[in-house]
Ligand binder design. Structure first.
Ligand SMILES: [Zn+2]
Length: 479
């Protein structure tokens, strides 16, 4: 028998395996866990909404914190109704430092001139004199910095106007060179997401954190005119559903369709009907960063990777033998995956975000297919990868597909047929489309639609069907 394959010499397997995940552009991990639907309770006073953003708290609480200001500092009181009321002014100080010291904590100048002490568990409010920008650590913020000496460290919260906060978020979420309607789309989505999740960190003493757990926020230092204009032009606007800001999850890019909240997290479709899978056939993933991707990993390396995860430690013995992917009707995303070894041990994972987490190092979304190959060594000692999906046996009835390599193989090379004398380790190639969990807005998709001339209202109605665009200050939940 002669076997003909589309074998290609691939010495790049190990190189591909060594590819490290690129810097994340999206909040791809924002919604690893589905946020719960909560009523936004952030207070709005005189048309402005102030948000308490946790900068350092819990494990990230600090022992010292440098602050800078061009206009000096004010220490004062703060509540939502009265705003900031200065009680002491230090206009000549360009920098101060909050620090924990033996027996307490306080704020001083870098030369140790005292500004105030920090009582245990009592928040202290500080801002730039006159309310300008205040430098904190390496970033620049608007509004007020709230510092609390608690559990021996400093918890730091930025009390910022919602619109300033959204400016800080948007600039870190999209390319500022994108069309204005794409930037406006991102501004509305970030605002909705913020207000929907606004009380997520209530038990931590603030509203929302500054990491990708909620939304990445590094203050306003990097904000640019284009993104600021996008926020200003959409001031107050949110995606609304049932009179409340919607859970506007978003991701970098999707394939031909987005993923549903049910497929991603197993949530009740009735609860988030606007987070359904929608057709995005206009996507130009070829030209999106991380829009199309492929990873190849050996059976043993994949087993080692999965075994390194505490939840699956020690289940797989030896290499991965087989992977079965199942997709739900109408969805391109892998909803269920079964990974097994040669001894019949298997790991079964359901929901596309969990599938993605299982293979995280080797996929950028759960919108993928897996092919299996087995490299073989021919008599000339060259390694060939036999692509079993494209192998044929030439029979009397013509070519028949071959499901797997077997003994007695010969490979057709440029130099003619060569007998296979040994088989290498099985490898899996995971090839997919899109980056992120795939639910809700595709940021790149929004960019493409904006380039085609669509406005933000159209883009949002496409990605969140059944919702409306409204000013949150007129929604019932905000009264
Ligand atoms: Zn958070």
């Amino acid at each position: 028998m002669k076997f003909i394959s589309t074998s290609k010499r691939k010495k790049t397997v190990t190189k591909v395996m060594a590819v490290i995940l690129a810097v994340l552009f999206v909040l791809s991990t924002i919604a690893a866990i589905l946020p719960t639907l909560v009523d936004a309770k952030i207070e709005t006073v005189n048309g402005s909404t102030f948000l308490r953003v946790g900068l350092f708290y819990g494990d990230s609480a600090v022992s010292s914190l440098a602050m800078t200001s061009d206009t000096g500092f004010e220490i004062g009181t703060y509540d939502a109704a009265s705003g900031f009321v200065p009680t002491a002014v230090f206009a000549s100080y360009p920098a101060v430092v909050a620090s924990v010291y033996e027996g307490g904590a306080g704020i001083t100048t870098p030369e140790w001139n005292p500004v105030c002490t920090l009582a245990d568990s009592v928040p202290t409010f500080i801002r730039a004199s006159g309310g300008g920008n205040i430098g904190v650590a390496e970033n620049l913020y608007t509004g007020i910095i709230e510092i609390t000496f608690v559990a021996g460290a400093l918890k730091v919260v930025n009390i910022a106007d919602l619109e300033d906060y959204v400016k800080g978020v948007v600039v870190s979420e999209v390319y500022t060179s994108w069309p204005m309607e794409a930037l406006k789309t991102q501004a509305i989505v970030a605002r909705s997401f913020t207000l929907h999740n606004g009380t997520k960190h209530g038990s931590d003493g603030f509203d929302i954190c500054a990491t990708q757990h909620c939304q990445a926020y590094k203050g306003i230092a990097t904000a640019v005119p284009a993104t600021n204009a996008a926020v200003d032009e959409t001031r107050g606007l949110v995606v609304a559903y049932n009179g409340e800001p919607a859970l506007t999850t978003y991701h970098s890019s999707s394939g031909q369709s987005t993923e549903s909240a049910g497929g991603a997290w197993g949530s009740d479709p009735q609860k988030y009907p606007y987070l359904c899978g929608v057709d995005t056939g206009f996507d130009d993933t070829e030209n999106y960063r991380n829009g199309r991707w492929s990873y190849t990993v050996s059976a043993s390396a994949l087993a080692e990777y999965i075994n390194s995860k505490p939840a699956y430690e020690g289940i797989l013995q030896g290499g991965v033998e087989n992977i079965v992917c199942e997709k739900r009707e109408g969805s391109d995303y892998v909803y269920k995956i079964t990974v097994s070894d040669s001894k019949g041990n298997e790991i079964v994972v359901e929901k596309s975000t969990q599938v993605r987490n299982l293979l995280y190092q080797y996929c950028k979304s759960a919108c993928f297919n897996i092919t299996t190959c087995c490299p073989v060594y021919a008599s000339d000692n060259e390694e060939y990868i036999l692509d079993t999906a494209n192998m044929y046996v030439i029979t009397a009835d013509g070519p028949k597909t071959l499901s797997a390599p077997m003994g007695g193989l010969e490979v057709l090379t440029a130099d003619g047929f060569k007998p296979v004398y040994s088989a290498g380790e099985k490898v899996f190639t995971i090839s997919g489309v899109g980056y992120g969990h795939g639910v809700g807005l595709s940021q790149y998709g929004a960019m493409t639609l904006a380039e085609q001339g669509h406005d933000c209202n159209y883009i949002l109605s496409l990605y969140y069907p059944g919702t409306v665009i409204a000013d949150y200050r007129t929604l019932g939940a905000q009264e």
